[in-house]
Design a protein around this ligand. Structure first.
Ligand code: 5GP
Length: 176
C-alpha cells in the first residue's frame, strides 16, 4: 500500500528549520498566535513552533477531512474551534498540505471575521496543480506533484500519521 518514500525524515527536518528561520525573522514586532489545523498538521506544528526563538501562543482548530477517500468533498465543516481571542493578534495558520485550497480558504475566512491584525499561512506541502481557489501561502515548505501522501501527520482513513517520513500512497483496488 505504501508506494514510495517521497520525503525522508532528515529532509523534513531541514524544511522545518528553514521555515522556522523565515518565521523567526517575520516575528519582530508581532503579537503572534500560531493555530494548528488538526489533525494532519500536528507533527509539523510542534516541530516548527519548538524551533522558534521566542515564545508564542498556540491554539488548535479542526475542519472536516476527506474521511476514507483521497478526494476532497469540497464542503468544509468546523469540528473544533480555537479557544483564544485572536482580535488584534498576528495569526499564523499552520497547515500540513494545501490541495484544492478549499479547507484553508474557509479556515482563513473564519479567522479573519474575528478581527486579527494579520493572518498568514504556513504550509508544509502544496499541490499547486490541484488548486481550486487561490490562497496565498506566506511560508511554504515544498511544492509536490499530484500525489496522495501520508506520514508526518498526514493520514489515509486515520492511518499512517505517525510515520516519520512522507510516503506516496496508492490505495489497493477493491477486492484484492
Ligand atoms: P484542500 O481543502 O486543500 O483540498 O485539502 C486540505 C486537507 O486535505 C489537508 O489539510 C489534508 O488534511 C487533506 N489532504 C490534501 N491532500 C492530501 C494528501 O495528499 N494526503 C493526505 N493524507 N491528506 C491530504
Amino acid at each position: 500500500m505504501l508506494k514510495d518514500r517521497l520525503i525522508a525524515a532528515e529532509k523534513i527536518g531541514q524544511i522545518v528549520s528553514t521555515l522556522a528561520d523565515e518565521i523567526d525573522a517575520d516575528l519582530e514586532g508581532r503579537d503572534p498566535v500560531f493555530i494548528c489545523v488538526l489533525k494532519g498538521a500536528v507533527y509539523f506544528f510542534t516541530a516548527l513552533t519548538q524551533k522558534l526563538h521566542r515564545d508564542v501562543v498556540v491554539d488548535f482548530i479542526q475542519a472536516s477531512s476527506y474521511g476514507a477517500t483521497t478526494e476532497s468533498s469540497g464542503t468544509v465543516t468546523l469540528i473544533k474551534d480555537v479557544t483564544v481571542d485572536i482580535a488584534g493578534k498576528d495569526v499564523y495558520v499552520v497547515e500540513d498540505i494545501v490541495d484544492t485550497g478549499l479547507t484553508l480558504a474557509d479556515v482563513v475566512a473564519l479567522l479573519k471575521a474575528r478581527h486579527p491584525r494579520t493572518v498568514q499561512v504556513v504550509a508544509l506541502l502544496s499541490k499547486p496543480s490541484r488548486r481550486k481557489v487561490e490562497i496565498p501561502l506566506d511560508f511554504l515548505g515544498l511544492e509536490i506533484e499530484d500525489h496522495f501522501v501520508v506520514g508526518y501527520g498526514l493520514d489515509f482513513a486515520e492511518r499512517f500519521r505517525n510515520l516519520p517520513e512522507i510516503w506516496d500512497l496508492v490505495p489497493e483496488p477493491e477486492g484484492t
